[in-house]
Design a protein around this ligand. Sequence first.
Ligand SMILES: *Cc1c(COP(=O)(O)O)cnc(C)c1O
Length: 409
Amino acid sequence: MLEKIKLLEKKYSEQYKRIDEIAFENQVKVMNAFRKHRVSDAMFTLSSGYGYGDLGRDVADLLYADVFECESAFVRHNIVSGTHALTIALFGLLRPGDTMLSVGGKPYDTLDEVIGFSGQEGNGSLKDFGISYDQVELKEGKIDFEAVKEKMTPRTKVVYIQRSKGYSTRRTLSSAEIGELVKFVKSIGNAYVVVDNCYGEFVETHEPTYYGADICVGSLIKNPGGGMAESGGYIAGTKKAVELCSYRLTSPGIGIECGASLGQSKNIIKGLFYAPHTTAQALKTAVLAAGLFKDMGFKVNPMPDEQRFDIIQTVSLDSPEQICAFCRGIQKGSPVDSHVTPEPWDMPGYSSQVIMAAGTFVQGASIELSADAPIREPYTVYLQGGLTYESGKIGLIEAAKSVKEKMPG
Ligand SMILES: *Cc1c(COP(=O)(O)O)cnc(C)c1O
């Protein structure tokens, strides 16, 4: 197996090199921001209570705005997940009578109850507040501009796009493609373009905010937390849109002026420092996974030598047993809970049973090596993360061995 891996590393050396170059370019951006805002250890102290004048929290916001090349941002440890951050953004921008138009097909599963597709009436979804929803499918994996134009009305306040494929088999969109959408939307009306940026951060040299997206949203237990943040989420974008979101984060009139950091600023700032590198480790792990499982005869997406726009690697296996074997192999090759056997379960917010492997230091952190799969055809496993390429490789060796045992012949 190690010989085989060496050959793959040689075969895809151009891809590895490209990943390193992107990481370097992003690291330059991060270092410039750190210098500009004079990050110093006095900022790493904790604040309590209201958290007025918390320097660490404030500087983390400024660093995010700079690195995302936009006007404004906030990043908070008490945003509990990506879904929470997206909810803050949607409720921050949308008002009764408005429409949210998703232009990348149906958003990530956990937004069903936020938008109001499922769940109880009266639970406080957008639908409950009289906010309607419409959707445009991708056309051959690309944004269907004609259809977007047809569906946009004067009530369309948010045009919503998910950069990463999430739990689907669609294409992941590049920041530049989202930039095209921004230009198009702004030429028609003045809707905000909101991007679910989960898994996309630091995979390219610019985020969608660089191309004018009003809002980018993500989770700190994915790429931008660099494997260092204990929890949290961020919202970055234009001054006006971020300000509106900040009033939903706390309350109107307070926004980002308050919020005790409870000692989490150091992890968040250190995580941003690590993020370009950690993301590169995850990408290299993904390239190796693609090469390894492609050679075993499985369908992989993206292909090992394809340009990447997020850290997700999918492998389409042949059966639920192989899915379980894959996830159990990843779990076995993890630094934490390597002795645990993952089982499929009914995860809140997801519509079919899901199996997850996550032997992670931070619970559920998918910038750490993790694999998950809804137990439904086409038996696709979603692999992401790897804090270090070396440990990612070890996880993949276990996964490949484990799947081999479930292959016929
Ligand atoms: C992870 C993710 C989310 C948010 O998921 P949480 O589990 O709530 O953090 C949303 N969209 C996409 C594409 C994601 O990958």
